[in-house]
Design a protein around this ligand. Sequence first.
Ligand SMILES: Nc1nc2c(c(=O)[nH]1)N(C=O)[C@@H](CNc1ccc(C(=O)N[C@@H](CCC(=O)O)C(=O)O)cc1)CN2
Ligand SMILES: Nc1ncnc2c1ncn2[C@@H]1O[C@H](COP(=O)(O)OP(=O)(O)OP(=O)(O)O)[C@@H](O)[C@H]1O
Length: 186
Amino acid sequence: MLTKKDIRNEMSRKLDSISAEKWKNWSKEIADHLVSSSLWKESGVIALTVSRGKEVDTYCLIETAWKQGKKVVVPRADFKQKRMSFFEITSFNQLEEGPYNLKEPNVESCPSIDPQKIELVIVPGLAFDKNGSRLGFGGGFYDRFLPKIKAQTIALALPCQVIPFVPTEPHDCLIDHIISPAGFLS
Ligand SMILES: Nc1nc2c(c(=O)[nH]1)N(C=O)[C@@H](CNc1ccc(C(=O)N[C@@H](CCC(=O)O)C(=O)O)cc1)CN2
Ligand SMILES: Nc1ncnc2c1ncn2[C@@H]1O[C@H](COP(=O)(O)OP(=O)(O)OP(=O)(O)O)[C@@H](O)[C@H]1O
């Protein structure tokens, strides 16, 4: 059986080989499905990550959310504790360079938000299966964060990121919905 590490390595390689054009078009299709969903429409406070590399583009989604008057909250990761805090951003200028080329909120200019106020969480990840199992970069950040909140969770996946089976451990949290360019998978 493939280990989590095998899948991470294989997926990073596959993502690297996707052209910029395909990445852009798929991201747009995924965003269209998301913003037309009732979950998105009904949520006023949305937690997202700021996309990096070949992660499904979230810059457009953040802009759409702002235009629609929604609150956008993004995480700042504490890599020692493996925990995240969320801060509201109202401009991309409030982001700064964090570890691993992550864009993270500047804590001086962004108010922190009580996780209970989050209404929808867009969860990042490397690979997903139709059951809602998710594989991330291996920090366990979301598996520590999600049990604390009651919001619905959605993952955005390029076609190659949906695989038949993601191995899970007891601490792994299932994602409620996965959106690929073809639409909602679950
Ligand atoms: N855009 C984005 N932001 C995010 C996440 C994410 O997955 N994507 N996170 C989701 O939890 C949290 C940060 N967690 C992260 C954990 C590891 C790496 C990372 O880049 N790791 C190295 C590999 C390190 C190793 O080999 O052990 C890498 O991928 O090169 C990035 C983010 C919060 N912010
Ligand atoms: N709720 C938790 N409490 C304590 N330890 C946890 C918890 N969730 C995950 N861990 C630990 O964190 C490490 C990484 O977990 P895992 O491989 O599932 O990460 P991941 O889901 O791929 O990463 P991420 O959520 O950051 O994207 C593991 O060593 C795991 O034991």
